[in-house]
Design a protein around this ligand. Structure first.
Ligand SMILES: [Cu+2]
Length: 471
């Protein structure tokens, strides 16, 4: 039986009407900010659930030194997490804070009805709207603002999720977390400081400066990392607000035991990376078997390391070396006759016309064969690759330097007072190329000069072969 009450007169501007199924218990929904999720629903019957949500425009941190005017459901991005049960009757109140500059509304993908509630919830600043819907379908659903320009409201952070628990609920887990990805478009590039305005042109071109979890760079790293212990079961409610990008959600160091695809009812197992459409979501579950940091990323990986889509779960507990050993050894790998590229197979070199030309050709050989280790600036890398710039070892003995490049070098070597213990492979360079590259090295980065001729190398090679055959 339904009871409908209308309160109001023509002298009052507000006319309030509600229809409540008389037999349903009335309940106030408990809403949470990310990464927290409201507790699982324990009741076994439907209820009349009252949801109060407030839209608010706030200046918040996007990254260190970078602020942004976010438009929010509940004061932060993503919006509050709503948890109800399949069959519930939801009485929804959307209030738009008086300080807002824009009207807002809400389109809940969990609603069966025009616009997901958008028109019914259209609310001017300082007003409050009410509508009701019945949760006909279980599942995880995105909600978002659908006020024109829709893209702009979503790009400013107006999205969140509502979980309609199936009758009977989900299996119990130790921890549940709420994560939502979003892409942001700012006038200044990534990391450019100050209060950054929204950039409509970039949004239309789908070229975000930021792609982040839970509304800012670092919202789930460092002190904000999620926590778990070895042996626990974790459930992540992961949404994607967009407005534009599709997420390739991946946890480095884990495999999803269960994935409830698109937050519906289909269950997949043993999944590495889960696609999450813009305006869609997924539920992933896994057990933590090993301690350490699990890294959450959008595996469109530049977004993770250059635009902010990075999070962390710190797992504490005992390491089981049978599951993962850690590094067991690190030895030098130097196969017989190792060569980056054998010059015998390469096209015949054009002979250098004079010493200046030799240096010019030597630069190309250096950039292609040596710079990976000794670096383009010849400075090397501390404790790994010795410098060639002003190297006392190199400059002391020209023939020894020829020998290093011809044969490679292994074991301990002291350069400018620092000891290096590593291995340089023989690169299989021709006499001409060894002469060229050494002439380049000798005349670059402030080195003292001098030239090496192919004949010098040929002579060294002959004595080299003589020594070898004498053994
Ligand atoms: Cu809005």
């Amino acid at each position: 039986m339904r009871k409908c009450i209308t309160i109001g007169t023509f002298t009052l501007l507000a006319i309030i009407s509600y229809c409540v199924s008389a037999e349903l218990p009335i309940e106030q929904a408990l809403l949470t900010d990310a990464p927290m999720v409201p507790p699982a629903i324990t009741r076994t019957t439907s209820a009349h659930v009252v949801v109060n949500l407030e839209t608010k425009e706030v200046v918040n941190r996007m990254a260190d030194g970078v602020d942004y005017t976010f438009w929010t459901f509940g004061g932060s991005v993503p919006g509050k997490f709503i948890r109800i049960r399949e069959g519930d009757e939801v009485e929804f109140h959307l209030s738009n804070h008086p300080s807002s500059k824009m009207p807002h509304n809400i389109d809940l993908h969990a609603v069966t009805g025009p616009g997901g509630g958008a028109a019914a919830s259209f609310t001017a600043p300082g007003h409050s709207s009410q509508f009701s819907f019945k949760a006909l379908h279980s599942g995880l659903y995105v909600y978002h603002c659908a006020t024109a320009p829709v893209g702009m409201h979503i790009a400013n952070g107006m999205y969140g999720m509502i979980f309609v628990e199936p009758v009977g609920g989900l299996p119990k887990v130790d921890r549940e977390y709420y994560i939502m990805q979003g892409d942001f478009y700012t006038k200044g590039g990534y990391g450019e400081t100050g209060l950054q305005p929204f950039d409509m042109a970039k949004a239309i071109k789908e070229q975000p400066d930021y792609v982040v979890f839970n509304g800012s760079v670092g919202s789930l790293t460092g002190d904000n990392s999620l926590k778990a212990n070895v042996g626990e079961t974790i459930r992540l409610f992961v949404g994607n607000g967009g407005p534009n990008l599709v997420s390739s959600f991946h946890v480095i160091g884990e495999i999803f035991d269960n994935v409830i695809e698109e937050g519906g009812t289909a269950m997949n197992h043993n999944v590495e990376t889960q696609l999450i459409p813009a305006g869609g979501d997924t539920i992933v579950e896994f057990k933590t078997e090993y301690p350490g940091n699990l890294i959450l990323v959008d595996h469109s990986i530049f977004r993770a390391f250059n635009k902010g889509a990075l999070g962390m779960i710190k797992v504490s507990g005992e390491a089981d070396k049978d599951i993962y050993s850690g590094k067991q050894s690190d030895t030098v790998y130097l196969p017989e006759g190792a060569a980056v590229q054998s010059m015998e197979e390469a096209p015949q070199p054009v002979l250098a016309k004079n010493d200046n030309d030799r240096v010019a050709q030597g630069k190309r050989i250096f950039d292609q064969n040596c710079a990976a280790c000794h670096q383009l600036n010849g400075e090397g890398i501390p404790a790994a690759f010795p410098p060639l710039a002003k190297s006392d070892y190199l400059l002391k003995d020209k023939n020894r330097a020829i020998g290093v490049i011809m044969n490679g070098l292994q074991g301990k070597v002291e350069v400018n007072g620092k000891v290096f213990v590593g291995a340089m492979p023989s690169l299989g360079l021709s006499d001409e190329h060894i002469a060229n590259v050494l002439s380049y090295v000798l005349n670059t980065w402030g080195n003292k000069g001098g030239f090496v001729q192919p004949a010098d190398v040929t002579k060294m090679r002959a004595s080299n072969t003589a020594t070898k055959s004498a053994h």
